[in-house]
Design a protein around this ligand. Structure first.
Ligand SMILES: [Zn+2]
Length: 124
């Protein structure tokens, strides 16, 4: 499967995933992408390493290490726009978003006085 067929995440992660794919191809040109999705707010990249003839067993370790590192890094990259971000846990679901995308997503309740609730960093 190609990236485009497997890709189910927001566009903000696409450059990171494309770079990961390039690195994985150099280690395992025939590797198989199974699924690329978001789970609990971070990237899940499911792929199967295919050893080339004479490949060192270490190559397989590096292959999966690169995936783990990219998945961990996804919690610092906005899934929607690619800017610096962190994992938000107060939206009712988990999502890695920058401040701007977070504010857009966050539902704002109107208080009794008619004032809008402020985002957590705005009331300090
Ligand atoms: Zn963003």
């Amino acid at each position: 499967m190609t990236i485009d067929h497997a890709y189910e995440c927001g566009e903000g992660w696409r450059p990171m995933v494309t770079k990961l794919d390039e690195k994985l191809r150099t280690l395992s040109p025939r590797y198989e992408i199974q699924q690329i999705k978001e789970k609990f707010g971070t990237l899940r990249f499911y792929a199967k390493y295919v050893a080339e003839d004479g490949a060192s067993p270490l190559t397989r370790e590096i292959f999966y290490d690169l995936i783990v590192a990219a998945e961990a890094n996804s919690s610092t990259v906005c899934e929607e726009c690619g800017r610096s971000a962190y994992l938000r846990k107060d939206l009712g679901w988990f999502k890695t978003l920058c401040a701007e995308c977070y504010v857009k997503r966050k539902p704002r309740k109107t208080t009794a006085s008619g004032a809008m609730d402020v985002a957590p960093w705005e009331d300090r």
